[in-house]
Design a protein around this ligand. Structure first.
Ligand code: AMP
Ligand code: ZN
Ligand code: ZN
Length: 427
């Protein structure tokens, strides 16, 4: 009976969703009514768990205290919340999203930054280069959707970094090219539509991505009222997803994991390092700018550039082989010979940039070292696999891959995480 009621309420909910086939739902409802008459159509026998992974880009660990977030609060009460989720170095969007789904530190999965150069490919990767973003050659390791598909499961991934590229020759079963114009409601409806597919086609791993909180954070800063509004809107969207799942026949099997990739901190016009005051920028290829500067000086200028960039307030410049081990930023040829790490809130620029973009320091950003607390992120999860009403200590995002693999009953690929760090969250 519960199944029937749930199906009916799914129908009611789906009236909002043009992308979901009412015909197939009606067919299933009718079939269930017939079966009920014959045999007392109970709930489907319990099958494996489903994971729905949602990223709220740039949702800082303390944002739940900065605005009304009734849906996240409810999820946390029902399940597990981490005091903070510790992102990987550097605290940028692509490296961290791909770490979350592979369990590998950025230097070990290859997406070491949002902007990078590969000497072997003689090619540059940037987020706006659709071709390179969708080119599997950049993406190492094994994302959870590939692990799941190798075990004959279906997956559906909407806009998660990496999902547009064939990795190990595979894309998610369902995926789409990134389109920032697709509304957040539409993203939720597509996820609900996938969860509503017939059992044989239904994905067991579903992921989606919302950028509104990061967008507002950059523009207005982490403490601005506009950012609080974006936090509330993200929570409302999450509420739509939670309601839709609660109305779906498989609701008892769904684990919702809400994460973010990093936090946010204010910039300041007082905290600016102008690089060409110290080095000759015509002899350095700057592959990526602050907060982590990827500097590739001409080989015969390397030692001099390194020496000139020491002892400057607001920036610490390392040779790649001497980066602090806690960053795990090692083993990738894509890391430049010098890496400059800005102190929290500091910007590294050229004098040309400073002149042409004088307002660049009015907003906020992320990308600083991952031990800077304002870079820390969100983790809230609930569902049948999770214990209830639990708050856990901060943990690193490399462990989430193993956590999801355990919930889905998958054998994880080799990775940098350790299930033991997070196992206590599980029932
Ligand atoms: P960041 O520069 O690290 O703040 O990156 C956040 C930005 O990445 C957001 O504004 C998104 O629009 C953008 N973004 C997210 N996913 C993708 C994608 N798959 N392809 C291109 N850009 C993306
Ligand atoms: Zn981000
Ligand atoms: Zn951002």
């Amino acid at each position: 009976m519960r199944h029937l009621l749930a199906s009916a309420s799914v129908l009611a909910t789906r009236r909002l969703a043009p992308s979901v086939s009412l015909g197939s739902l009606a067919k299933r409802l009718t079939l269930c009514m017939v079966l009920l008459a014959i045999s007392g159509c109970g709930p489907r026998p319990p099958d494996g768990d489903v994971v729905v992974l949602v990223s709220l880009d740039g949702f800082r660990w303390d944002y739940m205290d900065k605005a009304a977030t009734p849906n996240l609060d409810r999820l946390a009460t029902r399940g597990v919340r981490a005091e903070r989720l510790i992102p990987s170095f550097p605290t940028k969007t692509f490296p961290n999203h791909y770490t979350i789904v592979t369990g590998l530190y950025p230097a070990h999965h290859g997406i070491i930054a949002n902007n990078m150069w590969d000497e072997g490919f003689q090619s540059r990767f940037t987020l706006s280069d659709r071709e390179e973003v969708g080119n599997g050659r950049w993406w190492g390791g094994e994302p959870i959707w590939v692990t799941a598909q190798q075990a004959e499961m279906k997956t559906a991934v909407l806009f998660w970094p990496g999902s547009e590229a064939p990795i190990k020759g595979m894309r998610p079963t369902q995926w789409a090219n990134y389109d920032s114009e697709v509304s957040n409601e539409e993203r939720v409806m597509r996820v609900l539509g996938w969860l509503d597919l017939p059992e044989a086609d239904r994905p067991t791993f579903v992921a989606t991505y919302l950028s509104l909180v990061d967008d507002a954070g950059h523009r207005y800063g982490p403490n601005a009222p506009e950012t609080a509004l974006a936090i509330e809107e993200a929570d409302r969207i999450l509420g739509l997803l939670m309601e839709g799942i609660a109305a779906a026949p498989l609701e008892d099997r769904v684990n919702i994991i809400v994460v973010s990739d990093h936090g946010m901190t204010e910039l300041s016009g007082e905290k600016v390092v102008v690089l060409d005051e110290y080095v000759d920028l015509s002899r350095i290829n700057v592959v990526d700018w602050a907060p982590v500067l990827a500097l590739a000086p001409d080989p015969d200028y390397l030692d001099e550039a390194f020496a000139n960039l020491q002892g400057i307030e607001g920036i610490e410049v390392f040779r790649k082989e001497n980066l602090p081990t806690r960053y795990h930023y090692d083993g990738s040829d894509r890391i430049t010979t010098l890496v400059g790490v800005m102190d929290e809130g500091w910007s590294g620029v050229s004098s040309d940039f400073l002149q042409s973009q004088p307002t660049a320091f009015e907003g906020a950003t992320h990308g600083f070292a991952n031990d800077v607390e304002s870079m820390h992120a969100l983790f809230v999860a609930a569902g049948p696999a999770f214990r209830s009403g639990m708050v856990v200590e901060p943990f690193e995002n490399v462990h989430i891959y193993n956590l999801m693999a355990a919930i889905l009953g998958l054998d994880p690929a080799p990775n940098d995480g350790n299930l033991e760090t997070v196992r206590h969250m599980l029932q």
